[in-house]
Design a binder for this molecule. Structure first.
Ligand code: NAP
Length: 497
């Protein structure tokens, strides 16, 4: 029997006894239980779904102290951040409860029959949505609440009428088990079958792949690395019946500083950016991994302002001591990432060695030509690091964005005035990003109706969808057109049972 071990993220010491990894039989049983419960849950009404989601949020709230304490031990992310993340998670659950209660998953387009010859004449059509089926949901290491067992994917899938099988993340096994126990308690209290939300645990290569391959699974929802997401997407596509796979992946989130944007606020903006780069030890998918500066100007004034900004940023970063990374493997991956950047031609500006689990921030610099020429420099380095790219013109800035190809965010500082340059730059940013910011820093993703969290590859596998915000619901719904439906079906709003 394979076993798994939970570790204290700060000390590396084992917590508790080893836990059994899910066996192939248990994975199959979880997928089959999710399929059995799907028929009933998919025909539940909005009030029923809302009651479950509200019950799950209340269960998290009532166990807050124990959950946050456990999360802190397993991730080292700190009590303030984790309490905030739990607030966001219960907010998401209640928001999707509200969405279900308002009937959003049941919205339809009614297109009455039009007499006359085609193409203008047509039969009566109703376009509505049905839930996809059981969803395989992969938790992320760096959001132990908000992108985990009861995170946004589970909330939106349940609101859509889907059942869920969660693949717990190995980085927070005990927390996942405790949250899952709360889920099971709520399901029991509400008279719902245990299989509506299942959970499996173990290595992604074995447990995760078997889950995605299971014939009962109808969709995948994943938050994690580009490499892991690509591997699982390939599995989803290689099935005899391929399924949609919603992967939210890694991202380098360029911040473009236009000439004049710094003004007299260079030091202040550098401090804000340093805080964003080191937030959560840089373990955010929206961490600003690339900062593009535009040199030149009369008598090189822009170059001088940029040099001063880089100095401020270096000083601000040097003053930061990030907390330990989530796992030892991530710590090692961070060291490899910054080494690869230097081998690829980036010049280190701040690289203080540190042996422990908490890395020192890393800052490097490269020319725009060097950045565009090297695919290595466009890979995410997960941790507190950023790469300054020095461009010589606005055309070069656009080449840099074009080379990035896909990102969750692009931030543009100093695009307030309309000009040929700002128009072209905004278009270049919108071509590669899911979210374009004109102020502030990219870390922090609001859960709102207009949010878009997902951009072109390599930041996600389905750039037309979002994993954060109200529109996340539509990932788990499929349109069906009912043509000349009988009166009894129309009377039931197109829902046969
Ligand atoms: P990860 O290493 O990709 O792990 C995520 C899950 O995928 C784990 O369950 C892992 O299983 C599994 N997995 C990884 N590689 C696999 C493979 N080849 N085959 C099958 N399963 C595989 O990512 P992470 O360490 O949790 O998170 C860090 C990454 O997530 C960063 O790149 C970050 O930018 C990204 N992220 C993205 C978002 C977003 O919304 N776009 C949000 C948060 C984080 P194991 O249990 O075996 O590890």
């Amino acid at each position: 029997m394979r076993t798994l071990q939970s570790f204290n993220a700060r000390t590396g010491e084992a917590i508790g006894e080893p836990l059994p990894a899910s066996t192939p039989e248990q994975i199959d049983a979880a997928a089959e239980a999710a399929a059995q419960t799907f028929a009933d849950w998919s025909s539940s009404d909005g009030m029923r779904r809302g009651a479950l989601l509200r019950g799950l949020a209340a269960a998290l709230d009532s166990d807050r102290v124990a959950l946050v304490t456990l999360a802190d031990q397993e991730t080292g992310l700190g009590l303030v951040r984790l309490n905030g993340e739990l607030d966001r998670t219960t907010f998401q659950l209640r928001r999707f409860a509200d969405i279900a209660e308002r009937g959003v998953p049941f919205a339809h387009v009614n297109d009455p029959a039009m007499s006359g010859p085609p193409p203008a004449g047509h039969p009566a059509m109703v376009r509505q949505q049905v839930p996809l089926g059981p969803v395989a949901m992969f938790s992320a290491s760096n959001f132990p609440f908000a992108f985990s067992v009861l995170g946004g994917d589970t909330a939106s899938a349940l609101a859509a009428g889907c059942s869920v099988v969660v693949k717990a993340h190995t980085g927070h096994l005990l927390l996942s088990a405790r949250v899952f126990a709360r889920v099971q308690q709520v399901l029991k209290e509400q008279g719902l079958p245990a299989g509506l939300v299942g959970m499996v645990q173990g290595s992604g290569h074995e447990v995760g792949v078997r889950l995605v391959r299971h014939p009962a699974i109808a969709a995948g929802a994943f938050t994690g690395s580009t490499r892991g997401g690509a591997a699982l997407q390939a599995e989803a596509s290689a099935r005899p019946r391929p399924i949609p796979f919603y992967g939210e992946l890694g991202s380098i989130n360029p911040v473009v500083v236009l000439p004049g944007a710094l003004g007299t606020r260079g030091a202040e903006l550098a401090a804000t950016l340093a805080g964003s780069i080191t937030l959560g030890c840089g373990q955010f998918c929206t961490s600003p991994g690339v900062i593009v500066l535009v040199d030149g100007g009369p008598h090189d004034t822009d170059t001088a302002a940029n040099d001063a900004f880089v100095d401020h940023l270096r000083t601000a970063l040097a003053a930061q001591q990030p907390h330990p990374m989530l796992t030892e493997a991530m710590r090692q991956a961070f060291d490899r990432g910054v080494a690869h950047q230097q081998q690829a031609g980036a010049v280190a500006l701040l690289a203080e060695p540190s042996g422990g689990r908490a890395p020192r921030p890393f800052l490097a610099q490269v020319s725009a030509e060097g950045f565009v020429a090297s695919a290595v420099l466009r890979e995410e380095v997960f941790g507190p690091s950023s790469l300054i790219v020095r461009a010589g013109s606005m055309a070069q800035v656009r080449q840099v964005l074009d080379a990035v190809g896909g990102s969750l965010t692009v931030t543009l500082w100093g695009a307030e005035a309309e000009s040929d340059d700002t128009r072209a730059l905004v278009r270049a940013a919108m071509a590669v990003a899911g979210r374009v910011l004109f102020a502030g820093v990219p870390t922090g993703v609001a859960v709102t109706a207009a949010q878009q969290h997902g951009g072109p590859w390599p930041s996600s596998t389905q750039p037309m969808s979002t994993s954060v915000g109200d529109a996340a619901l539509s990932r788990f719904l499929r349109p069906v057109a009912l043509q000349d439906a009988p009166a009894w079906l129309n009377a039931r709003a197109g829902r046969p049972c």
